[in-house]
Structures are given as C-alpha cells and as structure tokens.
Write a protein that binds this ligand. Structure first.
Ligand code: IMP
Ligand code: MG
Length: 447
C-alpha cells in the first residue's frame, strides 16, 4: 500500500495528466486537492478527445474512486459540462465524489476576475479568467459559498440575498459593470445543486476509510510549485497551494498517511501568463520548443512561453515538496536539437546564486548560467527502456538527477500511455532512500 502525492515541479502543464493517468491504474482512490477549472488536461478515450478541468482523469478506470477535495473550488457549470461529456462517452461518473466543504465559483467571481485583470493594466497576472482568485479570496474573507450551502435551498437563498447586493456594489461602482439578479443566480445554481447532489459527500471521511482499508490513494496536484500562493513567484501565482503540503489540507488528511511525493517536470520549461521566467527563449529556439511540444494551454488556448530546463527552480521544487523522485516528461521534444542548455545557477547583479530567490524583483533580474550538453539528434518516441535511449539522452537525464539530487523514476517520450519508461514504479517500488540509490544505479548501469 502506498499513498502518493503527484505535483507539478515547474509552472504547471508539466504533463501531470499523463503521469497521474499512468499511476491511476494502481490507485484505488484519486483525490484532487486544490485549484479549480483553471487547470486542464486532455484525455483521449476510444479515439475521442475530451478536456477535463476538475474531474480527475482516474474516472476513466471504472473501479477508481475520484474525489474533488475540500481545498478545490468548484464551478458547477463547468463540472456539469464534464459530467455530460463523460455520459456521452458512456463513462460512468458513479465513482465521482465532491467535497461538501469545497467552495463554489459564482458568476460574480468570474466577472470580478476579468474586470480586476483589466484594471491591473501592465501589472496584470495573466489569470485564466475563470474566477479562481475571487473564489479563494471570498473563502478567506469568509463570505464564500460552500457546496453544502448550495445543497440547502433555503440557506442558499438567504446567502445570495445577502452577498449578491454586496457584489453588485463592487461590479457597478468599481468596475462599471451591470448588476446581477440574485433570483436568477439562485434559480441557476439550485438547478446545478440538484444535478450534483448525488456526488456530494464528506471527502475526509471517505479518505480516512480508504486509509483504514489500506487502499492506494493518489493525491493529484493541479498547476505547479512556482504557481503556489505561498511559495511561488508571487504575485504571479494562482490562489491555492499546489505544493505537496497542500494535499493534506486540501484533502483533509494528516501528513502521516503520505508515503511518497512525486514531482513532474518537463525536460524543458514553460509558463503561461505573466511573471518572470529566467530561462525563457524569445527567439527561434522558443518557437521550436513551442511547436514541437504543442505548447498551447488546454484551458485558455494561450501560447505557452518556452525555455530551457531550470535546475534552480527544480531544486527548489525538490525542497518545497520533499520530492522522493521525478517524472521527466516530453523528452522527445528535444530529439532534434544539436545542443541543449540547462540552467545550473543564476547571476543576480554579478553574484552567482544556486537557490531560488523569494524576492520577485530579484528573481526578475536573474540571468541564467547555462551548461551546454550535446543533443542526441534521433527519435526517442519508441524507446521503452533506459537501454533503448541514446547515450546523450541518458547523460542529459543523469545530469538533471545529479543537479536536483533526486532520482528520476519515470521518463515520458510522447503523449500516449505506451511512450513511457518506468525506471522504478513509484507506487510499488522500494521506499525513499533505497529508491534513490537504486535509481541512480539503474541510470548509471544503463549508460
Ligand atoms: P488563475 O489560477 O486563473 O488565477 O491564474 C493565475 C496564474 O496561474 C496565471 O499565470 C495562469 O496562467 C496560471 N495558471 C493557472 N492554472 C494553470 C494551469 O493549469 N497551468 C498553467 N498555468 C496555470
Ligand atoms: Mg494543464
């Protein structure tokens, strides 16, 4: 039995969807613990593509129970759209559970998200415009709407008659937008409530029960470490805690039940939205990574900014999340390159630093210090073991593992489930420590 947290080690879009899909095969329960419909991953089933924002992709395994935990924020309209998609594909959502204490995204949250972004002008964050920040802000402000509020029609009605006038003041006076009609919001959301009711439960209790029955639980983070509200590149972050620590709070479990933490990182780096990005490539090379990696957002369709692998933020992710191992994704995107650069440290005002600076202004001045490695210039999409990989690709992986002082457990070489090398099964493999020595040895002996 192992309870595993999977997190993004960069700025999101690391390919967590594929890795969690892979690991979901061995999981009995998958728990999404933070974020909302700002996240997105594309899933292909029976040649049909559909996009999920909230529902864990574990739903594709009929036996797997999927939980949307207390730390998430739920946009019922989008969630119901996802339920409809699943239904059309003949996939049962009977195993989907929604935490009664998760907060609900309301129409005013979406309006305020977009209007406040417009007002920030050149200081805009580049949010997904899905109302995520305002939903979490109301949670902290203690005027949020929780799923359980939505389930109680009378209570919800009272709440809306209290909150909507307050929000209308903001919409009208601050942003010059038309007011919302409380009754319309009530009618719309009570219809959503009826649709969602069969799925609503106390998630913490359900997880506790799974722990007692020694089930395998997978905690699935959305976004990534550098987008964490507390530990990311503030203020260019999301409003929740994607880091591993967030899994306990967001699922309602204690840290003692967690066995292992897996970080997912791309073999290069991308970022969507605003904010500093030291290894960003503006020119032709950035375009090559973007095109070969199909780097366009699932949720907003925005072009992702692309750059070289940054081991400073990688080491930071290892530290902040207590990573046991890494999954390196999209290695194949680098297949045709003559040379590959890896950022090993930053130069800040003439001083060399190896640790991520918390000060955003200092971070914005960081100049990457690169080490250049030779490319392998051959396709890797069909490699199924470390032995199949070209020597230069193994050297690249080895270099990353050594820089980040953490073993690489999984290497992904394409979008399909099969295009994966599992060096060590992170769920059933040996415990931390042992895993480290084993993997470093496995990579060494293959090279
Ligand atoms: P928000 O989460 O919509 O408030 O956006 C805040 C920042 O997080 C923006 O830079 C977004 O582009 C970024 N962000 C939010 N969700 C994702 C994601 O799933 N992948 C990558 N970036 C994201
Ligand atoms: Mg994504």
């Amino acid at each position: 039995m192992a309870n595993v947290i999977v997190i993004g080690a960069q700025w999101g879009d690391e390919g967590k969807g594929k890795i969690t899909d892979l690991l979901s095969r061995s999981a009995d329960v998958v728990v999404r613990y933070q974020g909302g419909v700002n996240a997105g991953h594309t899933v292909v089933v029976n040649d049909r593509t559909f996009k999920l924002h909230l529902i864990p992709s574990g739903i594709l395994y009929p036996e797997t129970e999927c939980l949307i935990g207390s730390g998430t924020v739920i946009d019922p309209q989008v969630l119901i759209g996802e339920l409809d998609q699943l239904e059309k594909l003949g996939i049962s959502a009977a195993n989907l559970y929604i935490s009664e204490t998760a907060h609900v995204t309301m129409p005013y949250h979406r309006l305020i998200d977009r209007a406040s972004e417009d007002q920030r002008g050149s200081h805009k964050i580049g949010t997904t415009g899905r109302g995520i920040g305002p939903t979490y802000a109301d949670k902290s402000e203690r005027i949020g709407v929780r799923v359980l509020d939505l389930m109680d029609a009378e209570g919800f009605r009272d709440l809306m008659h209290r909150i909507v006038p307050q929000k209308n003041t903001i919409l009208e006076r601050l942003y010059g937008l038309p007011p919302l009609d409380a009754e319309e919001v009530i009618t719309q959301y009570l219809a959503y409530a009826d649709r969602l009711r069969p799925h609503v439960i106390d998630c913490s209790l359900k997880i506790h029960d799974a722990v007692k029955r020694r089930r395998n639980i997978l905690f699935e983070g959305a976004q990534g470490t550098l987008l964490d509200l507390d530990h990311g590149t503030y203020p260019y972050v999301t409003s929740s805690n994607p880091v591993a620590g967030g899994a306990c709070v967001g699922a309602g479990v204690g840290p003692t039940i967690i066995d292992r933490v897996i970080g997912v990182a791309k073999a290069y780096t991308t970022r969507v939205g605003e904010g500093p990005f030291p290894t960003e490539l503006q020119g032709e090379m950035g375009e090559v990574l973007c095109q070969r990696g199909a780097e366009f957002g699932t949720t907003t369709g925005r072009r992702r900014r692309c750059g070289w692998f940054d081991s400073v933020i990688g080491r930071y992710a290892v530290r902040i999340n207590g990573l046991d191992c890494l999954a390196i994704t999209k290695m194949d995107v680098l297949d045709e390159l003559e040379e590959i650069q890896v950022c090993v440290a930053y130069d800040i005002d003439g001083v060399q630093v190896r640790d991520f600076p918390s000060n955003g202004r200092a971070f914005a001045r960081c100049q990457p210090i690169y080490k250049t490695l030779p490319g392998w210039k051959q396709p890797t999409g069909d490699c199924r073991s470390l032995q199949d990989l070209p020597q230069a690709a193994l050297n690249y992986l080895q270099f990353l593992a050594e820089l980040m002082e953490v073993p690489i457990a999984i290497v992904s070489l394409g979008a399909s489930r099969g295009q994966t090398i599992i060096v060590e099964d992170p769920i059933h493999g040996p415990k931390r420590g042992l895993l480290h020595a084993d993997l470093t040895e496995a990579i060494r002996s293959a090279s």
